[in-house]
Design a binder for this molecule. Structure first.
Ligand SMILES: *Cc1c(COP(=O)(O)O)cnc(C)c1O
Length: 377
């Protein structure tokens, strides 16, 4: 793959909603000599990173750093807590809600779907109705930031309902953790998944999974699960004992990637989590205002529009693919396309990682304005 040089970054800058372009210090950690994934120094660094992530998840639960994509964390959660045949309520209003459904089906679970149209939030009333209709359901799963539409689901209310009815709650915070408010313990979230390379501004390759107290009884209830070995959360919890305290995870770790994530996480906490939230929200506001002035309208309206990604309707007669191609080749800015039902009719701009920098937002808006002037000239 050839990367075109641009004025901004030496490579194209990613304005897609993940993976994100990262800070130079994060890249530097990736380029360091390889270190071993065990030893006292390693275990101390690993413990510090998981402790820092606990602060970002806002939980007193355990945090595990799965070496894999976000989907692996969701799979580990569902497969470890539930047995084939168990009933699960899955909220879905876009591609990633559908992924949770497909994952559940693949694990042999009985899925009850609560849906909403693309661009609209899953309504807590509908979730409550589904819980009453399916009293045997054990777990409720919902995506926090539905990245395909740039929409935040009301997970706080949804998880509170789940708790009240005795269900375990799983939140896919893969594209939201670190970029927008999320209170795992206070909101009644039992298991929460994320990835390093979206709102946390880290490298690709790690899926942090936070597991609350209530989950362990389900994981260890003796019923046969479909986890295999690597995605079995018991093996992650027991690793410091079954492996060694200086090898606190079941398998080899991508050490440079973990160190790079530690840098990204420290950057968040050094300035403060709230400051990071404000930075993403500020970028989202500027993008929407600028695009509004250029005649665009947004797919999702406040208050459900996410501060992490904006889906934008294309203007009448506009060829979205051509615009994206021009932005990439002429300005080194890579935008996301429309997904699912939004394909060909919209594009997406991420506000995570370096895409949240004011200078990047300005160059994006200027480039879009230049493109429109060219096409109408
Ligand atoms: C990106 C994303 C995923 C999938 O993440 P992978 O790392 O590709 O497995 C799942 N859910 C949401 C909300 C996402 O944004």
């Amino acid at each position: 793959m050839i990367f075109r040089l641009t004025r901004m970054d030496g490579r194209e800058l990613l304005l897609i909603p993940g993976p994100v372009s990262v800070e130079p210090e994060v890249l530097e950690a990736l380029g360091m000599p390889v270190r071993a994934h065990y030893g006292e120094d390693w275990a101390a660094d690993y413990a510090l990173l998981t402790e820092n992530l606990r602060q970002i998840f806002r939980t007193r639960g355990d945090v595990f750093l799965l070496f894999g994509p976000g989907t692996a964390a969701n799979e580990a959660a569902l497969a470890s807590a539930l047995a084939p045949g168990d009933e699960v309520i899955v909220c879905s209003n876009g591609m990633f809600g559908e992924r949770l459904r497909d994952l559940s089906v693949a694990l042999g679970l009985q899925v009850h779907l609560v849906t909403a149209e693309v661009g609209y939030p899953v309504l807590p009333e509908l979730v409550e109705a589904a819980i009453s209709r399916h009293p045997a359901a054990r777990l409720l799963a919902v995506v926090h930031h539905e990245t395909s539409a740039g929409l935040l689901n009301p997970v706080h209310e949804i998880c509170r309902l789940g708790r009240r009815h005795g269900l375990l709650t799983l939140v896919d915070a893969i594209s939201s953790l670190g970029g927008v408010e999320l209170e795992m313990d206070d909101w009644g979230i039992d298991i929460c998944s994320t990835v390093a390379n979206k709102a946390l501004g880290g490298p690709i390759g790690i899926a942090p999974l936070a597991v609350g107290d209530r989950v362990w009884a389900a994981v260890e209830d003796g019923r046969p699960k479909r986890t295999g070995w690597y995605l079995n959360l018991s093996n992650w919890r027991d690793a410091p004992r079954t492996q060694s305290p200086i090898h606190p995870h079941p398998t080899t770790m991508p050490t440079n990637v973990i160190d790079a994530l530690a840098v990204a996480v420290k950057q968040i906490l050094d300035s403060s989590l709230e400051e990071r939230h404000r930075r993403c929200a500020g970028a989202a506001d500027r993008v929407r205002e600028g695009l509004g002035e250029l005649g665009f309208s947004m797919v999702v309206e406040p208050p459900y529009a996410s501060p992490l990604c904006t889906a934008v309707w294309s203007r009448p007669g506009m060829d979205v693919a051509r615009y994206q191609k021009w932005m990439r080749s002429e300005r080194g800015l890579r935008l996301g396309g429309g997904l699912g039902r939004l394909y060909g009719k919209s594009f997406r701009v991420g506000h995570m990682g370096r895409a949240a920098e004011p200078a990047v937002v300005d160059s994006f808006l200027n480039a879009t304005s230049d493109y429109l002037a060219l096409r109408t000239a």
